[in-house]
Design a binder for this molecule. Structure first.
Ligand SMILES: O=C(O)CCC(=O)C(=O)O
Length: 278
């Protein structure tokens, strides 16, 4: 099916059980917690980063969004504002940013977040090998405008064998709530393996194939983080509030991996996703 403007069904995200998170920072991720990650497909650490680290990350993002690095091209705006932003003053333009990507080599504050030592220690426990960063982005949902990211599996976007130990790390920079579009995951869905994705409201898992009734909501305070398996079904509803919802998202993998071709990837995840990037 190809209908990118289709309207989201209203019952796709339930304000149901909030995911239970660890406290004690990233050092609280030990073998038991890593085993829980593999069982459930995700792990929440409520207090992973302190307020000064969050503030530094926001400063780094603001610098790049405002054109502080003339070489940087990784800023994407909400689709409805793409033509209009050029005429806006920078502070206003910033409001309409949807995504900032491939930034770690353009700002030392953001590089520090991606290389954060306790984060890498926790990832090594989960992956079972030293983590290699392979994708960095910041995802913003502008007030009242930030749209839904429908249910999907991140491995659908990567040219790695689907068994690769891919771990996403989603770090809240603002408080993330049900109302402003926090993450939702379907616990244990990674165990069912790759699922065909459809070009509908986005490149997504067919709505009727998502066990939305069993979704876990992942509200986070700034500095909280979600580790999620590359095959776990996840998504975010729209931002229905007057405040922005900004987050960092890093993806890590082990050094040794088996790559696949684009055609092999699309043969597994569905060939309607030819033109999409995560
Ligand atoms: O932050 C969001 O709104 C969605 C992030 C996400 O699921 C993704 O980019 O894969």
């Amino acid at each position: 099916m190809s209908n990118a403007t289709a309207v989201a069904p209203t019952d796709l995200y339930r304000e149901s059980a909030a995911a239970h998170g660890l406290t004690g920072g990233l050092n609280a991720v030990g073998d038991v917690e890593a085993a829980r990650f593999h069982e459930e497909g995700y792990l929440v650490v409520e207090d992973a980063f302190d307020p000064s680290e969050v503030a530094q990350a926001l400063d780094g993002l603001t610098y790049l969004m405002d054109g502080g690095d003339g070489e940087f091209r990784g800023v994407q705006y909400e689709p409805s504002m793409r033509d209009a932003v050029a005429d806006l003053p920078v502070e206003e333009r910033r409001t309409f940013v949807r995504k900032v990507f491939s930034f770690v080599d353009h700002d030392p504050r953001l590089k520090a977040m991606s290389g954060h030592v306790p984060l890498h220690r926790a990832l090594e426990r989960i992956i079972g090998a030293p983590p290699v960063l392979f994708q960095d982005m910041a995802l913003s949902k502008p007030p009242r405008m930030g749209s839904e990211k429908p249910w999907h599996q991140d491995c659908a976007y990567f040219e790695f064998h689907p068994d690769t130990a891919v771990v996403g790390v989603w770090i809240a920079l603002d408080e993330a709530t049900y109302e402003n579009g926090c993450m939702h995951v379907i616990p244990r869905s990674h165990r069912d393996g790759p699922v065909v994705h459809f070009q509908r409201r986005d490149w997504q898992i067919c709505d009727t194939d998502v066990a939305a009734s069993s979704n876990a909501v992942v509200p986070l305070r700034p500095g909280g983080c979600l580790f999620f398996h590359g095959l776990v079904h996840h998504g975010t509803p729209p931002n229905r509030t007057d405040s922005p919802r900004r987050a960092l998202q890093f993806h890590y993998r082990p050094e040794d991996i088996v790559t696949v071709t684009r055609e092999e990837r699309l043969a597994v995840f569905g060939d309607e996703g030819k033109d999409v990037t995560c």
